[in-house]
Design a protein around this ligand. Structure first.
Ligand SMILES: NC(=O)c1ccc[n+]([C@@H]2O[C@H](COP(=O)([O-])OP(=O)(O)OC[C@H]3O[C@@H](n4cnc5c(N)ncnc54)[C@H](OP(=O)(O)O)[C@@H]3O)[C@@H](O)[C@H]2O)c1
Length: 264
């Protein structure tokens, strides 16, 4: 299916790997121009080269900025004047009890997960409204609903994104600009693969057994009972970036394998 994305300019925060990287690949295949982002030159250059290798004629560029560093974010905004599609994808987490999680950790997660999207949207939404077309996507998490006891700070930042996205959508009334949230469930990124491999080594057991155990204990509400691939998540993101999704605004779209339950 042609997603009608040729010529659109996209920025994806935190996209040298994982869901953001796969999303970049799909959007490049659709003919969009994509700016990817990471914290250091090496990882950004490596990802740009890989995308150029994998997608013939890819119009892909790298922007280095650490969303924990205000000056670097200011420079990024100065260096990129116009975008049509903003994907607020960058996300960090820690796995610790509430009492062991420091205030600094809370602030870092708020800064990276929530405030990056606020700063980028504040900068780019006005232009989208003036041109009467744009897409803003916030990549949340199943944790916004599940709030695992070892991830309260992360879950809080993700839940807050939903309010920001809905608030922005309310500013788009009567235009062709939309703001939506995508809620991935557990997804097989490099980070998840390392997590599974470490557990398997610790327990001297097979990867499959660790995955099974994870979905029986930590994510027993999952209907999928396996990690989603980054492609399974990124195809939904790509659709929501496209003009085909024009009637979806202020919404929350789950790609959670059913883990968050309920009917909403
Ligand atoms: N993976 C999952 O199971 C899962 C589940 C639900 C939701 N999510 C959400 O989906 C989004 C993508 O997750 P992912 O697992 O695909 O990510 P990931 O594989 O962990 O990728 C992290 C990316 O973020 C970049 N990054 C990290 N800290 C940064 C910072 N301070 N400033 C700028 N870039 C930074 C890294 O770039 P460099 O290392 O090159 O700097 C890398 O490109 C996140 O918001 C995450 O919370 C993931």
């Amino acid at each position: 299916m042609d997603l009608n994305l040729k010529g659109k300019i996209v920025f994806i925060s935190g996209s040298t790997s994982g869901i953001g990287f796969t999303t970049a690949k799909i959007l490049l295949k659709e003919g969009a121009t994509v700016y990817i982002n990471g914290r250091n030159q090496l990882s950004v250059e490596k990802a740009v080269i890989q995308l150029k290798d994998e997608v013939f004629g890819a119009k892909v560029f790298g922007l280095i900025a650490d969303f924990l560093k205000v000056k670097q974010v200011e420079n990024l905004l100065k260096g990129l004047s116009r975008i049509d599609i903003l994907i607020n994808n960058v996300g960090i987490y820690s796995s610790k009890s509430f009492f062991e999680t420091s205030i600094d950790t809370w602030q870092e997660q708020c800064q990276v997960n929530l405030m990056s999207g606020v700063a980028l949207s504040k900068h780019y939404l006005k232009g989208m409204l003036d041109r009467n077309w744009g897409r803003i996507l916030f990549i949340s998490s199943e944790c916004a609903y599940l709030v695992p006891p070892d991830m309260i700070s992360y879950s809080t930042t993700k839940a807050s994104m939903h309010a920001v996205s809905r608030g922005l959508a309310n500013l788009t009334k009567g235009t062709e600009v939309t703001s939506n949230v995508v809620v991935p469930g557990s997804t097989l990124t490099e980070g998840s693969k390392t997590f599974l491999a470490n557990k398997a080594a610790e327990q001297n057991t097979a990867l499959e057994a660790v995955e099974k155990d994870f979905f029986n204990n930590d994510r027993n509400s999952s209907l999928l009972k396996r990690f989603a691939s980054t492609e399974e998540v990124a195809t939904t993101i790509a659709y929501l970036c496209s003009p085909l999704s024009s009637a979806t605004n202020g919404s929350v779209i789950k790609v959670d394998g059913g883990s968050t339950g309920g009917i909403l």
